[in-house]
Design a protein around this ligand. Sequence first.
Ligand code: PMP
Length: 427
Amino acid sequence: MQYNEMSKEQLLQLKAELDERYKEAKAKGLNLNMSRGKPSATQLNVTMDMLDVINSSSDLKSEDGTDCRNYGVLDGIPEAKKLMADMMGTTPEHVIIYGNASLNIMYDQVSRAYTHGILGNTPWCKLDKVKWLCPVPGYDRHFAITERFGIEMINIPMSVDGPDMDMIEKLVSEDESIKGIWCVPKYSNPQGYTYSDETVKRMAALKPAAKDFRIFWDNAYVIHHLYDDKQDEILDIISECEKAGNPDMVFEFASTSKVTFPGSGVAALATSKDNVADIKKQMTIQTIGHDKINQLRHVRYFKNVAGLKEHMKKHAEFMRPKFEATLKVLEDELTGLGIGTWSEPRGGYFISFDAMEGCAKAIVAKCKEAGVILTNAGATFPYGKDPKDSNIRIAPSFPTPEEMSEAAELFVLCTKLVSVEKLLEQK
Ligand code: PMP
């Protein structure tokens, strides 16, 4: 029976039962964390042999003869460009290899646009107002970057096909102060949705009023499938933008953070040749070059994109049971109750849960009280403010499948309890 069809008496009785179960759950003294998307230690073990690929007797010359032990090569060794280009589905001339992580590149792109401007346009710091589009729910660290620069963020609703393109087309064409949009186009954080071909094409064909409007295309989960036989595919945004006559409109980002070692990966940006030249001109002031030994280590380990994809299957072996354990509990316990909906991703690192309006904060707090840490409610929205107080991001990657089941059991119990309390308030 749906909870909202229950009488006050039925709800009160249910609440008494749930209160009792919650007390018992609390007494178990759980200590589980499903808040951040990071691999478990056992999952990291699958990459340990990468550390043996290079040692003191290795030849550390890249394929063009560069001595990777020394200074030089601003934008990455050729074989690393090729590997990262293949991973993103583009070609090496579009790619700049950076350091250990992609978030840093995104920050840098916003920062440089803010202080020095993009391709000769006015630096954003000289403008009265800069605005940004934020598909929601989204990634809290993206929103933190734009918030840091005082950029006004506008929520754009997401659907299974990607963000609301009608709204985006209208806004960017009418408002010159809108300078960018955050996109996680494949296995989005947190919903695990992948943009449809139509969404990608409409995105590439945008007609922004601002000449320096940029799509920040964070392809963080481009090869992070959970299944061999059910994989999402996505069009290459770089060539779609070229075809639509907007070659400069996109910055694409990716890294091997969740392929090898988070924090010790290789990160890359892909964009048009003009943007590459513009960025490199400014990059020479920032660095003499990034870690080429790590680039070489990655290339020698994977050899090519096929090697990368094979490796991702090993990660999927660890991730799949955790997702499935979580989804099973949600399905068994919440189906038909009308108190929550959730995504069922085929890749990425997260499951997104939408509780009844006004319940998310209370659910997260109740879980915490009983020893299960979730990402703060609201974190998936700009300024940490979910207007409906409904969305909760579940990150199943770190605990074991058994722990994930246990954590999900507590999560559904708290969801039921908070929902009953909410409905009783309304009676
Ligand atoms: N983008 C998204 C969408 C992410 O979820 C994450 C990691 N949680 C990152 C970027 C961070 O990537 P990196 O380690 O390359 O900075």
